[in-house]
Ligand binder design. Structure first.
Ligand SMILES: Nc1ncnc2c1ncn2[C@@H]1O[C@H](COP(=O)(O)OP(=O)(O)OP(=O)(O)O)[C@@H](O)[C@H]1O
Length: 259
């Protein structure tokens, strides 16, 4: 039986007198690939931030059947990793230093990195093909290379659930495909559960097992990619009509905003 890894019940969040999330309930099962879509400002990033406790709402969030507030921050980090949007922020570390920081949730106070930590870091660098940049300062990497390093650091953390905020935004088509392939591999071969915020509706349709759409902080849609690729659904979410065709090889629906 598929096991629930995240259970959200009646989550609401108010910030500065505004309702940002309203009564969200959602279950994510082990090995799922969940896409989170919706218009700008709908609350997608806020939802991810609630999951990693950067923000605190009302309601219940359970991680592996245990209430999130009963976890230590290190336990959360060992279970779930947040890969934020690439925002061009300067990070004064080399790739190696940054990736090794992913081991800190596994260290006890005053202990040092050991051979096992270096082995795990190496494995993640190989898996994400970031080992050629190991001694480069992060600030010298391209957006696509940086995104792969961020994913490597999440793996080094030991997280089996990745929360990715627009992982392919700002990437050229080759890197978009490369990141999607890497995520697919992590999901299929390593059983990693993926929650991905994206504005790329066709990537959401092609690469997800379930899609949720947020609109003004509420859950406006939850269902399969096939059910999502429907003008009644998309128009209600985006107030925009779409044209549809099918991918010539995979048969997935492809949506294009009608001009
Ligand atoms: N710390 C905060 N204080 C007040 N309002 C906030 C805060 N953080 C987010 N918001 C507001 O919450 C709403 C949802 O923001 P969020 O970043 O979650 O949207 P999003 O769906 O991820 O948007 P986008 O697709 O544009 O990235 C926005 O109106 C935003 O201005």
């Amino acid at each position: 039986m598929t096991r629930a890894v995240i259970e959200i019940e009646n989550l609401s969040l108010f910030l500065e007198g505004q309702t940002i999330l309203h009564d969200i309930s959602l279950t994510v099962t082990q090995g799922e690939r969940l896409a989170i879509v919706g218009p700008n400002g709908a609350g997608k990033t806020t939802l991810l931030k609630c999951l990693v406790r950067l923000l605190h709402g009302r309601g219940t969030i359970k991680l592996l059947a245990r209430r999130l507030e009963d976890y230590s921050q290190k336990e959360v980090a060992r279970t779930m990793a947040y890969v934020p949007q690439l925002d061009g922020q300067s990070l004064p570390f080399t790739v190696k230093e940054f990736v090794l920081m992913g081991r800190y949730p596994h260290l006890s106070p005053f202990s040092f990195l050991g051979p096992e930590d270096y082995r795990i870091a190496n494995q993640a660098l190989m898996l994400t093909e970031t080992h050629p940049f190991i001694d480069r300062p992060l600030d010298t990497l391209s957006a696509g290379e940086r995104q792969k390093v961020f994913i490597a650091a999440s793996l080094v953390q030991g997280a089996r659930i990745l929360l990715l905020d627009e992982p392919t935004a700002f990437l050229d088509p080759r890197y978009q495909v490369e990141i999607q392939r890497l995520l697919e591999r992590l999901n299929r071969e390593h059983g990693i559960t993926l929650l991905t915020v994206t504005h790329d509706l066709n990537a959401a349709i092609a690469y997800s097992t379930q899609i949720i759409a947020l609109k003004q902080g509420t859950l406006a849609f939850i269902g399969t990619p096939e059910a999502f690729a429907d003008n009644r659904v998309l128009e209600a979410i985006y107030r925009q009509r779409f044209l549809f065709t099918h991918h010539p090889r995979t048969g997935h629906p492809i949506a294009m905003a009608e001009s």
